[in-house]
Design a protein around this ligand. Structure first.
Ligand code: DX5
Ligand code: ZN
Length: 228
C-alpha cells in the first residue's frame, strides 16, 4: 500500500481566522500544512512572512508545516522560517544563484530540503543535487495564485521525475502543487505523486471533513487497483 499524503495549502484559507481555519483542516484529517510564501518579485502575489508561521505555532498548530518559498532572494528567509517552526523548506532553482549552497543552508537549519520545479523548468536541475533532497515539489500551475487549472503536461513530467527517483538510491518524496481536484487526483496519483498539495478545492468547500474524505476515497481506489 502506498502512503498518500494530503497537504492543504493555507493560501486559500480565511486569513482573518488563519489559526482557527488551519486547525479545522487538520482536525478534518489533513496530514500536514503547506505554507506559500510569495514576494511580489519572484511571483506577482504577496502573502505571508515568518511572523505568521510563528503565530500559527503560538496558536498551537503542531502539525508538520512545509514552507514553499516563491521569493528571490531566499537565503535570508530560510533562516527566518526555520527559526519560526518550519519542518521542510522548498525553493525554486531560479531563486538563487548558488543552489547547492542554498540547499545546504536549509539542511543546516534543521529542516527537510525541497526543490521545486515550475511547469517550464527542466528537470535536469536535479542531476547534481539529488543527494541533498528530501522532497521534490512539482508545480502543476505557474506559481503565484491559488485556483488555477492543472497543466496537463505536468503528468508526463511527473512520470519522468518518478522514474528518476525510483532509479536512484535516494528516498525522496514527490509532491504535486496546483490545480488538484477530485476529478484529476487519481491520474496524478497514478503518475507517481506521494504528496498532494491542495488549496482551493479544500478551502473552497463548506465541509473540510467531507472533501478530504472524498479525496482519500479516490486515493484508496488507486491503491486497491480499482482505478488504473
Ligand atoms: C501556487 C501555490 C499553490 C496553490 C495551490 O503558487 O504554490 O500551493 O495554493 O492552490 P490550488 O489547489 O488552488 O491550485
Ligand atoms: Zn505551494
Amino acid at each position: 500500500m502506498k502512503k498518500f499524503l494530503i497537504a492543504p495549502s493555507i493560501l486559500s484559507a480565511d486569513f482573518a481566522r488563519l489559526g482557527e481555519d488551519t486547525q479545522k483542516v487538520l482536525d478534518a484529517g489533513a496530514d500536514m500544512i503547506h505554507f506559500d510564501v510569495m514576494d511580489n518579485h519572484f511571483v506577482q502575489n504577496l502573502t505571508m512572512g515568518s511572523m505568521i508561521l510563528q503565530s500559527l505555532r503560538n496558536y498551537n498548530i503542531c502539525s508538520q508545516i512545509d514552507v514553499h518559498l516563491m521569493t528571490k532572494p531566499v537565503d535570508n528567509l530560510i533562516q527566518q522560517f526555520a527559526k519560526s517552526g518550519a519542518n521542510c523548506i522548498s525553493v525554486h532553482p531560479e531563486s538563487t544563484d548558488h543552489l547547492h549552497r542554498t540547499l545546504e543552508l536549509i539542511k543546516e537549519h534543521g529542516c527537510k530540503v525541497g526543490l521545486c520545479f515550475n511547469p517550464s523548468t527542466p528537470i535536469n536541475f536535479l542531476d547534481y543535487v539529488m543527494d541533498k533532497l528530501d522532497v521534490i515539489l512539482l508545480m502543476s500551475v505557474d506559481p503565484g495564485f491559488g485556483g488555477q487549472s492543472f497543466i496537463e503536461s505536468s503528468l508526463d513530467k511527473l512520470r519522468d521525475i518518478r522514474n528518476k527517483i525510483d532509479n536512484s538510491v535516494y528516498d525522496i518524496c514527490l509532491a504535486v502543487d496546483g490545480g488538484i481536484k477530485l476529478d484529476n487526483i487519481a491520474n496524478i496519483a497514478l503518475a507517481g505523486a506521494d504528496i498532494f498539495i491542495i488549496g482551493s478545492a479544500i478551502f473552497g468547500s463548506s465541509n473540510y471533513v467531507e472533501i478530504i474524505k472524498q479525496f482519500r476515497t479516490v486515493l484508496e481506489s488507486v491503491n486497491y487497483g480499482l482505478i488504473h
